[in-house]
Design a protein around this ligand. Structure first.
Ligand code: SF4
Ligand code: SF4
Length: 411
């Protein structure tokens, strides 16, 4: 494992951190509280035994079950001394000053710890920061630092660059957590924000290194052609992580790994992805890949699922992913995927199309990427939700029902 120093304290953090937002679940993906205990525990211990010493969670991940899981199965089982635990105050849910202390108390209780190593104000933008300041959050941060209940104070950010600088300058932070990847070099805080924070002596934790998986897995032919011109052949995940860690300002990159193979692969990549380790030619390749994705991506959704659950039952991240797939890969492949995701494999077995949207706007209020979900849905309806797609879904549901009835008859 490669370790990097926190600028002010010299504390050594593994260059790879384990993100606990996308733990394996029994049903329902990352909006589910039903964490697959055996798989999640096996994967987290695999990472820690491989040298990872930073676990990142939040009050909201897996509807609150992520913190409980870590407290019950990981931190209480001999691993507390081997890892730093990072969690986040759910600022979006805070409506009055008193709620801050109460939320923090619950987090200590769920994690079963007396001290949180790295504590963050969650998902700030300019407006949310101003609201938290009005609740005297700086006094609260001073107090939990002074009492030793937290060791390092930081904030995670999804907003405009000027607000990032304003917030970074407003308090004596130890670290920041920002979205940064080969496509989002200039997005939100961007590289300038990262340099600003680093210049002030803050650690820089990177989230969404793979844009919710959209930079890996199935790669558009246009992008693959660019990778193929490289002298050293690397996987897309290798390119993505190596490019981030090429920046000396970056302390640690978080990855939401939920397959054993992802963990082994990432441990290996990170071990020699040193600052300044990428040649100028390799950086040019990444710049061309960025341009290609800029042309291809219709919507900048990272599949974080903060917008869920939707009161109309719509699987918003799936709908937006299908739209990107439509423009990057096969049109009919994306339509069939859409028929399955929104028309067949739903939580209640009934179809929930984007046309069911009631226009409540709740998703857009919660989206850290400012995706204009409702207007993007108009494009989804045009490209993906025709009568034939709905007929395919109806056929899929009928086949599923027949199969279930047969199984009942057999048993
Ligand atoms: S605006 Fe539509 S998609 Fe968004 S939460 Fe409301 S019903 Fe769901
Ligand atoms: S629409 Fe926004 S909140 Fe919802 S999954 Fe995409 S990026 Fe996350």
């Amino acid at each position: 494992m490669q370790y990097r120093s926190m600028p002010n304290s010299g504390e050594q953090l593994s260059a790879l951190g384990f993100g606990c937002m996308r733990l394996p679940t029994r049903v329902g993906g990352q909006v589910s509280s039903l964490i697959d205990k055996d798989a999640a525990l096996r994967q987290i211990t695999l990472a820690i035994d491989g040298g990872v010493n930073y676990l990142d969670t939040a009050a909201t991940y897996h509807l609150g079950a992520s913190e409980t899981f870590l407290g019950k199965y990981v931190l209480s089982d001999g691993y507390r001394d081997k890892v730093n635990i990072a969690t986040k105050l759910p600022c979006m849910a805070v409506r009055k000053k008193e709620a801050i202390r109460e939320a923090f108390r619950k987090q200590l209780e769920k994690l079963r710890v007396d001290v949180i190593d790295y504590y963050l104000l969650h998902s700030l933008d300019g407006g949310l920061w101003d609201r938290m300041v009005s609740f005297e959050v700086m006094d609260f941060m001073d107090s939990i630092r002074a009492s030793g209940e937290i060791r390092k104070m930081g904030f995670s950010f999804h907003g405009r660059k000027d607000d990032f600088v304003r917030i970074a300058d407003a308090y004596d932070w130890d670290f920041v957590q920002v979205q940064f990847n080969m496509v989002d070099e200039q997005f939100q805080a961007g590289i300038e924000g990262i340099r600003h924070a680093h210049g002030k002596g803050m650690g820089v934790i990177v989230m969404e290194p793979l844009r919710g998986g959209s930079l890996v897995g199935k790669i558009p032919a246009e992008v693959q052609k660019i990778y193929d011109t490289a002298e050293i052949k690397r996987s897309p995940v290798d390119w993505a992580l190596r490019w981030i860690l090429n920046h000396p300002e970056v302390t640690l990159v978080l990855s939401g790994m939920n397959q054993d193979e992802h963990i082994r692969q990432n441990l290996q990549i990170v071990s020699d992805a040193l600052p300044g380790g990428m040649s100028a030619r390799e950086q040019q390749i990444v710049a061309r890949v960025r341009d290609a994705y800029d042309q291809l991506l219709q919507v900048r959704c990272t599949a974080c699922a903060y917008c869920m659950p939707c009161p109309a039952g719509i699987d918003i991240p799936a709908a937006l992913k299908n739209l990107n797939n439509y423009h990057m890969f096969s049109r009919w492949g994306a339509r069939i995927g859409h028929a399955m995701h929104l028309g067949v494999q739903t939580q209640d077995g009934r179809p929930h199309w984007t046309t069911d949207c009631t226009d409540c706007g709740k998703c857009e209020e919660k989206c850290p990427q400012n995706v204009p979900v409702r207007s993007v849905f108009k494009q989804v309806q045009k490209d993906l939700e025709g009568p034939l797609v709905k007929a395919i879904a109806a056929g899929g549901r009928a086949a599923l029902n027949r199969g279930e009835k047969r199984e009942e008859g057999d048993s």
